[in-house]
Ligand binder design. Structure first.
Ligand SMILES: Nc1ncnc2c1ncn2[C@@H]1O[C@H](COP(=O)(O)OP(=O)(O)OP(=O)(O)O)[C@@H](O)[C@H]1O
Length: 279
């Protein structure tokens, strides 16, 4: 891990706030989550704190079962922490909101609605009028390259196309925070690469605060402003790695030495956690 000491902020430093942005959009404050199960208590998250700046792109990596989805669900307001709290713009959250868009691995489209109707759905909930709804939906359907499929139903689309619709739908409602749980995990490598580039382009044009979970370290380095590495269960933040690669990030970025150094450093951290989880 040559040179990584300067780049990687480890848990101790992270807790002292040395890598924390000055102006917080999201504050994850001492979150602990314990599940009661038939086999006893499962501590999914242990004392997890993180401050996310406006328009930051945070990628979270870590071994299976380290609490990534639990943390995302708490940010979405779909689950409540056992202790600690999440604040957005200084206000504590207590449930889901249209200000937080979620994209899951399994598309979660309404099968009885067309692509356009799926994208318009959240806008309807926000009581946006028909004409405006239509033009916002068209903008985002076009931005994900599905203009010719606006009237198609989800069953007529490939996995990659369905995930494009899910991303268009999330962006259309203009949420303050976009939460993505392994959105490209079920896709083939080529489609995945395409969607990474598209998501990156959209984020570069229309910045948004993103919290993105992935198992793919290369994907994390390509997309993130900072990569958060979580430790094996009970989940905690092990390290925070700033990704200071310039934008736009391209295929050449992937080939560059700084990109591959970061990838290797983060992979080593994740692999160590994987080994610890196996013990
Ligand atoms: N509803 C639940 N009831 C009981 N235990 C749960 C529940 N949800 C999650 N857990 C447990 O909490 C821990 C963290 O789960 P979580 O799904 O957050 O991990 P993850 O890091 O997202 O895993 P993966 O990478 O495999 O998706 C696991 O041990 C899991 O079994």
């Amino acid at each position: 891990m040559a040179g990584s000491a300067q780049r990687i902020v480890t848990l101790g430093q992270a807790n002292q706030g040395q890598s924390e942005p000055e102006h917080a959009k999201v504050e994850i404050d001492a979150i602990r989550k314990v599940f009661q199960t038939s086999r006893g208590e499962v501590v999914a998250l242990h004392d997890t704190s993180l401050t996310i700046a406006n328009n930051e792109f945070i990628c979270v990596v870590g071994p299976s079962g380290c609490g990534k989805t639990t943390l995302l669900n708490i940010l979405a307001g779909l689950d409540a922490p056992t202790s600690g709290e999440v604040r957005i713009d200084g206000t504590s959250i207590h449930g889901p909101s249209s200000e937080r868009g979620v994209v899951f691995q399994q598309y979660a489209l309404f099968p009885w609605l067309t692509v356009r109707q799926n994208v318009e759905f959240g806008l309807k909930l926000k009581s946006i009028g028909k004409g405006e709804r239509r033009s916002i939906a068209e903008k985002y359907i076009e931005s994900v390259g599905l203009k010719d499929f606006a009237n198609a139903f989800p069953k007529e689309l490939s996995g990659g196309m369905k995930q494009r619709v899910a991303i268009a739908r999330a962006y259309a409602v203009n949420p303050q925070l976009l939460l993505l749980d392994e959105p490209f995990g079920a896709l083939d490598a080529q489609t995945r690469t395409q969607l990474q580039v598209e998501l990156l382009n959209t984020w570069e044009q229309e910045q948004k605060t993103c919290f993105f979970i992935t198992h793919d370290v290369e994907e994390a380095v390509l997309l993130a402003s900072r990569v958060v590495v979580m430790s094996a269960r009970p989940g905690r933040i092990k390290a925070i790695v700033p990704i200071d690669l310039k934008h736009p990030r391209t295929q050449e970025t992937r080939m560059s030495k700084p990109f591959n150094d970061l990838k290797n450093d983060i992979w080593s951290l994740v692999y160590q956690e994987y080994l610890d989880a196996k013990k």
